[in-house]
Design a protein around this ligand. Structure first.
Ligand SMILES: [Fe+2]
Ligand SMILES: [Fe+2]
Length: 183
């Protein structure tokens, strides 16, 4: 009887020679790359927001957006790590130049809410692609990401509501700024 060796198993390997348990559908892989970029673009955008606030003595807002910038960087890294865990190499795109001009803090906070909503839409698209291609691993990977997005949208909507309520009254804005500083 012939003995089975690991060589006779016929492992599928990725571009860097890593063993692959289940190949990722090419369009899903492309969408995962695009989402990794979106997280990196969000990180750069939040950094720009943090600096805009710092220039205007809004140190609480600035530290809030700096934390957001770092967490988006972490998200981008997590997606890259997942792509590698699936045996693929990571292809990085250019990070586009962030927006740096806002007339009011309302505009800036409104953009941050929209960004979070856009990221959730992108995760939702990944989710349906994963389901369509029977890629349970990706669905499971995305579950906590969606959970975190719901919290981020809620947090940004709350901040936007408060800022709108203050309607550019400097003393009210400074109170919100102080609250953010203490978080
Ligand atoms: Fe993110
Ligand atoms: Fe986020």
């Amino acid at each position: 009887m012939q003995s089975t060796t690991s060589n006779s198993i016929g492992l599928i390997t990725g571009p860097s020679g890593r063993a692959i348990a289940q190949p990722v559908d090419p369009s899903l892989l492309e969408a995962l790359y695009q989402h990794t970029s979106l997280e990196r673009v969000s990180s750069a955008q939040y950094l720009a927001m943090s600096l805009w606030c710092l220039e205007r003595e809004l140190r609480g807002f600035s530290s809030f957006y700096k934390k957001e910038s770092l967490s988006e960087q972490e998200h981008g890294f997590n997606f890259a790590k997942y792509i590698i865990a699936r045996g693929q190499n990571v292809v990085l795109d250019e990070v586009t130049k962030p927006i740096q001009d806002w007339k009011t803090i309302d505009e800036l906070v409104a953009l941050s809410f929209q960004m979070e909503a856009d990221v959730t839409t992108s995760v939702q698209q990944l989710y349906s692609m994963a389901e369509r291609t029977n890629d349970t691993r990706t669905s499971v990977f995305l579950d906590p990401v969606i959970d975190e997005q719901i919290k981020s949208e809620d947090e940004m909507a709350y901040l936007l509501g408060k800022v709108k309520f203050a309607s550019n009254d400097p003393s009210a804005l400074l109170i919100i700024d102080n609250e953010l500083n203490n978080n």
